[in-house]
Design a protein around this ligand. Sequence first.
Ligand SMILES: [Zn+2]
Length: 473
Amino acid sequence: MSDGGPAVANHGEDGELRQSPSTTDTASDSSTAVGSSLILHSQAQPSGFLARFRYSLYAAGIALLFTPLTYLWSGQAPIDPTNYVERTRRVLKTTPLIDGHNDLPWQLRIELQNRIYDGRVDLTKRLLGHTDLVRMREGMVGGQFWSVYVDCDVNQKHFEDPSWVVRDTLEQIDVTKRFISEHPNHLQYCDTSACARAAFQAGRISSMIGIEGGHQVGSSIASIRQIYQLGARYITLTHNCDNAFGTSASTVAGGGVDGGLFKFGYEAVKDMNRLGMMIDLSHVSHQTMRDVVSVARAPVIFSHSGAYGVEKHLRHVPDDVLRSVKKNGGIVMAVFVNRFLNMKHPEEATIHDAVDHILYIADVCGWECVGIGSDFSGTPNVPIGLEDVSKFPDLVQLLMERGATDEQVKLLVGENILRVWGNIEQRAKEIQASGELPVEAEWERREWHKGLRGSPWMLRGSRVGNNQLKLID
Ligand SMILES: [Zn+2]
């Protein structure tokens, strides 16, 4: 197995630890601490100026001896700013790189029919496609939102029917949890932001579940709650077709009306905020984005989207929405799909286009609101230079070459999504503490079973007019 994965942070395993006259703040703080503790623990308390001075000299001398160690403890040895490889290694060893969107569970479904125990696929070996654990470690991935996706029905025949879409979604959650637990040395299932941090500290890739489409909950807010209980932590409000909640970008791209967020969608947003289920706006129309951000009581996320100002693809985020996401405290995680990066000549899209989107989002929305959402293993269309999960460090290096600081890169790769997620969790706690009840609204075209004629009732007259009902026995 590759040893390229995230090691325990702050152990200064960067190799090139060099002493420099420009001691970092952290290092000098540590030196002072060493000196102070020596004075405090000295056995004979000296009296007089000279004695105190002598001890101070001892302390300073010992602190100097300890200085290289303080570099080791802080992990902050200076690195040549143009040594992008080493800077990238250090950032990714101390900050988890968390990708917002990987569709490996979809491959488990279509290629293995979710049978993962028969030895056909070993994720600890190099596989075809974009994702395996070998390359995740090479790519220094620190956390992954695994996308749980089931086809949305573009003909709109099934989106009100929970019978197969919800079943298949449950199966995808099941197989995702099973493959995570099959690899305890590499992966750790997480449903909180604190867990994602702890998993990284323990050298494992935190593994979270996101649902890629509101169609997957059978047009039911009760289903959203149950899917939250099963561990899913984001729902993409729409995939490539409209559903009971709102309008998708694909509908508008196909010439349809942008109806934005629907009435029932507002109810879903309300309860997702109460739950702490992250609202993912990748795939939704621009008006749906605007409507959601205008009413959301917690930050929103885009798990895999780009900037409309860079490439006029309707699933990308326009500038006005980027500015309102900045106010909302949300995050746009930049997608790698080549046909979204270069619509006219997708085959010419490169890693540099992904960098352009990231820098643009950072420019309009701020470095606090940008992240990474690859779409690996979902799209067949990846840009040159970002062929698989091992390539994340190349992206970071290019960003540094383009001027990004280590602090900005830390925000991008993981600190932003962890902060945003933590704020969403906190907001949910506050809303729940206020006594807000779960939403009982239903989709307006929902039909209910009328019951059976001979069955008992709680309310007299609640089934008047139902004489045609069958007898219970
Ligand atoms: Zn997608």
